[in-house]
Design a protein around this ligand. Sequence first.
Ligand SMILES: [Zn+2]
Length: 307
Amino acid sequence: MVSHTALASDKNESIYEERIALYKKTEAITQIPWYYIAAIDQYERQIHYKDSEDPLVSIKIPAEKWYGIGNINHIQDVNIINLFNGLGKDGNGNNKADATHPEDVLYTLATYLLQYGPTEEDILIALWDYYQRDLTVQTIKNTAKVFKTFDDINLTDRDFPVSIQHNYTYRSTWGAGRGFGGARIHEGTDIFASYGTPVKSTTYGVVELKGWNLYGGWRIGIRDIYNIYHYYAHLNGYADGIKVGQVVKPGDVIGSVGSTGYGPPGTAGKFPPHLHYGMYKDNGHSEWSFDPYPFLRKWERMAKDKR
Ligand SMILES: [Zn+2]
């Protein structure tokens, strides 16, 4: 159900190099920044494929868009596609637009984006017209920002969200009932630690949300490059300078453990201090929460191995 790509650190490294080369080649021809092409490809990889499948390029342009609505026989000749107002273009010089060929797909997508103009604002408008979904555009925008910041797409490092130098305890509490606020299930893992224990980003991503919430208290939300939203709640406070739109990497301190929440802004101490950590996956249509516990166990081992 949930892609374990987010955990893969032993993946064949060369596929990243091959992808980067294709993205940069597409940028050289179209001027669309490589990290936007990469972010769209990354987004669609999470939507279309399981982690066992790892195609070079994952973007699937729907047939009616690619060939044009009247081109019912899916003729690949670029002149015919053009006649039917299809998007399909020839990226590898064989005069055919093949919807399964990586170079044709990337060149077609970049050419489509370029119709709107080369600036980031133009690209975002083009993406909205193409996907018609705010969260999709937001996710691609965030991922592009991460890829640009680190000048890399091979970003598989992870960290445990609570400093392992400090005392903490946690266990699997997925789906357990909770007292306050009615019959909601517990969507996350509680990591108990003392007030002020550093809370860290588990992943590469962008801060998408920060502020007070009735149940979550002072909380922060980070969207990663695998269409996963990471939710940190009940914080004592935030790290200096943390703001919405900021790029983070695994291990960056984002705040500290507290007991805020279950009341108006500033309410604290209604339960023992802990970090509530939640994970939400977006499948391109809706978002749902899944159990972070197995991931936390893995990241804890990774953090201890590095020590
Ligand atoms: Zn919790």
